[in-house]
Design a protein around this ligand. Structure first.
Ligand SMILES: [Zn+2]
Length: 325
């Protein structure tokens, strides 16, 4: 493959292409170099070998990696944590406190992903998920700082895409590692697409989190899918507005049908113009579907609206009407 596996993207920050699904520029990890090297995101277990090779090429042997930090526990971000824990024996693993139990015992995480992907696709995309030894796990929450010998990562709690999602602010560069909080933005396509998977997606929380990221990012955003961008304001604006637009499309579709395939088709049709700028036929657009298919996005948003309806009907006073938005 002609695209390099690692590239320096900012002062002391190297992007590592995890070659997820055997493709370039799908899922990125980031290595913060220095006295205490830290890897942000692991990729899935199927990416472990490419990640280990990339870190080796950067001079990191089995005892050299000090930290692994994940923005959330979805398998494309943290599925490989257990495998990397076996390889990098000195690394401490950092994750939001709601995610930590699931890295120590991935049983429920794998079940939940299995319901979304089906067993075959799950195996093919992510591979087996190994536990991280509990004594090497550290829980973090809003405002915590992870010290890395000369630089710090500040934890910003950013729920919405997932209830345990965090973003990480690098003290040296001001870059924010945004995980999936804004959605997916691939560098050769440059189209921002929301990622709204079940079971957690909460549009209101996600929009608030995007605004928190916007207020914290001094220089650039590091997307897990994929790479750095400097247009912070523009992309945060777009991420919020697209999320609301997508949620609105699904809300309207739900008035007519409960059929998920139909709703996914409506969502794909009504958002197709977002890809109009990306008409270069040599560009691999399938990567967006691999990461977050329309079916999955539709399923997440349907669930979001159902949860809101249930909440509203629970709060309804006799004779009153639920809030419609
Ligand atoms: Zn995710």
């Amino acid at each position: 493959m002609g695209i390099p596996a690692t590239s320096e993207v900012a002062d002391g920050i190297t992007a590592v292409d995890t070659r997820m699904a055997g493709r370039a520029r799908v899922t990125s990890a980031y290595l913060l170099t220095g006295g205490e090297p830290a890897l942000i995101e692991t990729g899935p277990t199927t990416s472990s070998e490419p990640v280990i090779q990339a870190l080796e090429s950067l001079g990191l042997g089995p005892e050299d990696l000090a930290h692994v930090v994940v923005t959330h526990i979805h398998l494309d971000h943290a599925g490989g944590a257990g495998r990397l824990a076996r390889r990098f024996t000195a690394a401490t693993f950092w994750v939001h406190d709601r995610g930590a139990p699931h890295l120590a015992d991935p049983t429920r995480l794998v079940e939940s992903a299995g319901r979304i992907y089906g067993p075959e696709r799950l195996r093919e995309l992510f591979g087996p998920v190994e536990p991280v030894p509990a004594d090497r796990l550290r829980s973090v929450s809003e405002g915590d700082r992870i010290a890395l010998d000369g630089r710090e990562l500040e934890v910003v709690y950013t729920p919405g895409h997932a209830s345990h999602h965090v973003a990480l602010v690098d003290s040296t560069t001001g870059a924010v590692f945004a995980g999936d909080a804004l959605g997916i933005h691939l560098p050769d396509v440059r189209v921002l697409r929301p990622a709204t998977p079940p079971p957690d997606i909460d549009v209101e929380l996600a929009v608030e989190s995007i605004e928190r990221i916007r207020s914290r990012a001094r220089a650039m955003l590091m997307f897990s899918h994929f790479g750095p961008v400097t247009e912070v304001d523009e992309l945060c604006e777009l991420a919020g507005s697209r999320l609301r637009k997508w949620a609105g499309i699904v809300r309207t579709a739900l008035d007519r049908t409960d059929d998920l395939e139909e709703i996914a088709a409506v969502l794909a049709r009504d958002t197709a113009d977002e890809f109009d700028a990306a008409t270069d036929p040599s560009v691999d657009l399938e990567r967006y579907e691999i990461l977050s298919s329309m079916q999955m996005n539709a399923a997440g948003l349907v669930r979001y609206w159902r949860k809101r309806e249930e909440r509203a009907s629970g709060e309804r006073t006799p004779g009153g009407r639920p809030q419609s938005s």
